[in-house]
Design a protein around this ligand. Structure first.
Ligand code: F6P
Length: 553
């Protein structure tokens, strides 16, 4: 399969020209004034998700060029290769096949790369494990002696299940308390253990590799606590969710649910790693969650590029990162159940696309993953939205709102929706300060890049400029009718695929994560030095800090 890095395509050069000619001065307010159909043109339905892209700095001509960029870079062939089970994670020689986890048992998988027998075997394994895992979840749900379920895992073995369990709280039909322990910082587990009793607790040890030091340390402490409190039946009170069943057995856990090395950690929520969610919402709910994701998969796989939402979002991401030079995206979920959404997306996008070389190892001459950050609205409004409205950097915002609330408190939901609409409106429309001179982000002075915003304020401490909102600050608005297992599944799959699209254009491998390895190796080296005090070969700062940590206070 041929991939062409985005910057070697004709469309890339055309986009550079278009950016210089008009893109850098693009004003969304003017675009709305000129095109009454702009909302319709830049909004679209995808499964379970309505997206309004119209407040972004994009017009039809730019989008056409971006679509050319996708075609010329071979995004479609790359996407098809992923669905077909090709080993597109080349540095690890692995398939990238999380989509298979949500493919219905009998749905065909078309693949030129893989033999039908291989696919049939993988599909059978997926569904046998899913059935077993969901049967276990139902047994656990029905077991009134168990009151607490503790997931011990980190990264993809924590963020996904934790985010989803919180998001679908309204669908939790179990009386069980679900807990998540991820940090190797003993404060986390130590605070949890006094709330638990061994006879009524099940620990789920979630680790793809079953070697991650944080998880192994927490699992060992949990097992030690369990046994020291008189707990006896490990098979009943510990289950492992892992590709490394042998290591789980060595650890002493015999109740295991497996998955496969072709499931990336940050894409593993759909596998046995999703067990906490299945315990919370039940087997039927979990199947609806998979079905929602599958609907989005089908949209991504089959919709024409111009009406393919993950493609349009991924192209916009590249437009902003590589042409406008925006370095971050703020994630603003206007639903308190989505409070871990920003953290989940941070791993998904930044671990996938935080790469400095392309798939062949060549250093990239352009930026890749933006920084993702955020908090649930309306809290963010009273913290950092000041910077979004009037700061010197333009930060595209991605709102998520839900039409129907799952509570009955009068007045709250209209207030919440009014706030999310108002924030998106204020960012775009801005407000002219009568006391100050005209100012805009999109008309830079002296040819400076528009992301290095020039504020033509002058000195006027009495208000000139201070109360001025430049506007034209871009945002995307994702709207769900309801936050359900199916719509959450679709929303997550949408994000997975948009990250695929930008990573594909950038020519990188979005499915490895070598960047987290060095810190792990160094921590192993430093730990014994904390006891011995040996600073040989350490840099001056690390040696100084280590020495200070060893001095008695
Ligand atoms: O931080 C690196 C990483 O490998 C993530 O990609 C992964 O989700 C996390 O560690 C946990 O890994 P595991 O599930 O193997 O314990």
């Amino acid at each position: 399969m041929t991939r062409t890095r985005c910057d070697s395509t004709p469309a890339w050069a055309q986009l550079q020209t278009a950016y210089q000619a008009t893109g850098q001065r693009f004003d969304t307010r003017e675009a709305f004034a000129q095109d009454p159909a702009r909302f319709a043109r830049f909004s679209q339905e995808a499964p379970y998700v309505f997206a309004d892209l119209s407040k972004n700095r994009i017009d039809a001509a730019t989008e056409t060029l971006l679509l050319d960029l996708a075609r010329q870079s071979g995004v479609e062939a790359h996407r098809d290769a992923m669905f077909a089970g090709a080993k597109i994670n080349a540095t690890e020689q692995r398939e990238v096949w999380h989509v298979l986890l949500r493919n219905p048992a009998l749905a065909p998988v078309n693949s030129a790369q893989e033999a039908p027998e291989f696919i049939a075997i993988e599909q059978a394994k997926v569904h046998a494990t899913l059935d077993a895992m969901l049967a276990y979840a139902e047994t656990l749900r029905a077991d009134s002696a168990i009151t607490d379920v503790v997931n011990i895992g980190i990264g993809g073995s924590d963020l996904g299940p934790q985010m989803a369990v919180l998001a679908l709280d309204a669908f939790a039909t179990t009386g069980k308390r679900l807990h998540f322990v991820s940090n190797v910082d003993g404060h986390e587990l130590a605070a949890k253990l006094p709330q638990l009793r061994p006879e009524s607790t099940v620990f789920l040890i979630a680790s793809k590799t079953f070697t991650t030091i944080e998880t192994m340390t927490n699992a060992a402490s949990a097992k030690h606590w369990f046994e020291s409190q008189g707990g006896t039946d490990i098979a009943r009170h510990f289950a492992a969710l892992t590709t490394n069943v042998a290591a789980a057995n060595v650890f002493g856990i015999t109740t295991t649910f497996g998955f496969w090395d072709w499931v990336g950690g940050r894409y593993s929520l759909w596998s046995a790693i999703g067990l906490p969610l299945a315990v919370a919402i039940g087997a039927e709910g979990f199947r609806e969650f998979l079905a929602g994701a599958h609907a989005m998969d089908e949209h991504f796989r089959t919709a024409p590029l111009e009406s393919n939402l993950p493609v349009r979002l991924g192209l916009l991401d590249v437009w902003y990162r590589n042409f406008h030079g925006f370095t971050s995206r703020s994630i603003a979920p206007y639903h308190s159940a989505l409070r871990r959404w920003p953290a989940y997306l941070q791993q998904l996008e930044m671990e996938s696309n935080g790469k400095r070389v392309d798939a062949s190892g060549e250093a990239l001459p352009f930026g890749t993953s933006p920084v993702l950050w955020g908090e649930p609205g309306t809290n963010g409004q009273h913290a950092y939205f000041q910077m979004l409205h009037q700061g010197t950097d333009v930060v595209p915002v991605e709102f998520v709102a839900v039409k129907t609330p799952r509570h009955a408190l009068a007045g709250h939901h209209p207030m919440l929706l009014a706030n999310v609409l108002a924030q998106a409106q204020a960012l775009m429309v801005g407000k002219r300060d009568a006391a100050g001179p005209p100012q805009s982000d999109a008309a830079p002075l002296g040819g400076s890049a528009p992301h290095a915003v020039s504020v033509r304020g002058g000195k006027n401490p009495d208000g000139g400029g201070h109360k001025h909102f430049p506007g034209n600050r871009p945002s995307t608005f994702l709207l769900l009718d309801d936050l359900t297992p199916a719509s959450l599944g679709a929303l997550i799959a949408l994000q997975e695929h948009r990250v695929f699209v930008s990573g594909s254009l950038w020519g990188i491998n979005s499915f490895d994560q070598w960047g987290v390895e060095l810190g792990k190796v160094l921590a192993k080296d430093i730990e014994p030095r904390l006891a011995s005090g040996d600073t040989t070969g350490l840099d001056g700062s690390t040696a100084g800090l280590l020495a200070r940590l060893r001095t008695s206070t």
